[in-house]
Design a protein around this ligand. Structure first.
Ligand SMILES: [Zn+2]
Length: 325
């Protein structure tokens, strides 16, 4: 792929984003083709200044890389890209060409005998996180501990699929269980690997309460809300349900001996993500914004959720998109 000569200028970006409208009319009108046109014609003050998409998958071809760069740059967004070892080279190239957009995460099968070697390979190639999905045993099975320990030592962020997992209609049997990916297994890992930073994907759908309560006692545990959850609550008119599970404040522990003292508030454990094609970014921003509005999340916490928390977790400067040495 070609090196881009048009690295977006932050001042220009801010000028443009100030003109971008927020709300369902804009987002409904934004498609792959008219994205830039729409962003140049509508007016808006609510779009986040800086975004890190904490969860998107590498599609392993140049077209996908080009779509990512075009769309994510127009939102001043970076993306944590979950990458199998077969796509390592294409991601290494993408990160080298567009370091303002791509953040490399590896993906390994926890039950693969080569898993540890692959983590080493990803680390050597400059990847800063690892993704895990579909284990043959529960996530907190001790046979996986050496892999997690290596990630903790390497300061590689760990993201685990939690909750119900997608499948295709097929005649081919697949011995996979969503029950082995319950969010509470991450509570075990947060206690056992206290220096690690851990993210559960999908807020444990449908085990939201379990996911949130695990986060309440673990300052190093984060969740994204990608997948069907927000679509479900929007359809049911129940986005406020999120406040029922994400209920505690940052000073809760002072009045309540049953909550972590000096721990973050509930919403500070939530980070933005898409888990979709690059073209899904605008509609995911819309859904996430609706969730924030319906639950009256304060502006300072929103900024953390859109990108600042992930920037801090990964050691990235939101102004320059560069890793802090
Ligand atoms: Zn995913």
């Amino acid at each position: 792929m070609k090196e881009s000569s048009s690295k977006i200028d932050r001042r220009k970006f801010l000028e443009r984003s100030a003109k971008v409208a927020v709300g369902s009319t804009l987002f409904a009108s934004v498609t792959e083709n008219n994205l830039v046109n729409a962003s140049e014609t509508k007016s808006n003050s609510k779009l986040p200044d800086f975004i890190i998409d904490s969860h998107i998958h590498c599609k392993g071809n140049d077209k996908w890389v080009e779509d990512m760069v075009r769309i994510y740059r127009s939102y001043n967004a970076m993306a944590c890209v979950l990458t199998w070892i077969d796509d390592l080279e294409i991601m290494v190239d993408a990160i080298k060409s567009y370091p303002d957009v791509f953040i490399g995460y590896g993906r390994v099968d926890l039950d693969n005998q080569n898993a540890i070697r692959e983590v080493e390979k990803f680390k050597k190639a400059g990847f800063v996180g690892m993704k895990f999905h579909s284990p043959q045993k529960n996530y907190d099975d001790s046979s996986y501990f050496q892999i997690y320990r290596l990630c903790e030592e390497y300061k590689m962020y760990m993201i685990f699929h939690t909750g119900i997992s997608g499948r295709n209609i097929t005649d081919k049997p697949n011995w996979m269980s969503s029950a082995r990916m319950r969010p509470m297994y991450l509570d075990t890992l947060c206690r056992l690997f206290p220096r690690a930073k851990i993210q559960g994907a999908h807020l444990g759908n449908p085990w939201y309460e379990e996911a949130a309560e695990a986060a309440r006692w673990n300052p190093n545990l984060f969740f994204d809300v990608t997948g069907s959850t927000l679509l479900k609550f929007i359809k049911l008119g129940r986005l406020e349900r999120m406040s029922e599970v994400l209920w505690w404040s940052s000073n809760e522990g002072e009045k309540n001996p049953h909550t972590l003292k000096d721990g973050p508030s509930a919403w500070e454990h939530i980070v933005f993500g898409t888990d979709e094609r690059p073209q899904g970014l605008p509609s995911n921003i819309e859904r996430f914004s609706m969730m924030l509005d319906k639950n009256n999340v304060p502006p300072a916490i929103r900024k953390k959720m859109w990108g600042e928390t992930m920037a801090k977790n990964l050691g990235i400067d939101p102004e320059t998109h560069k890793f802090i040495e």
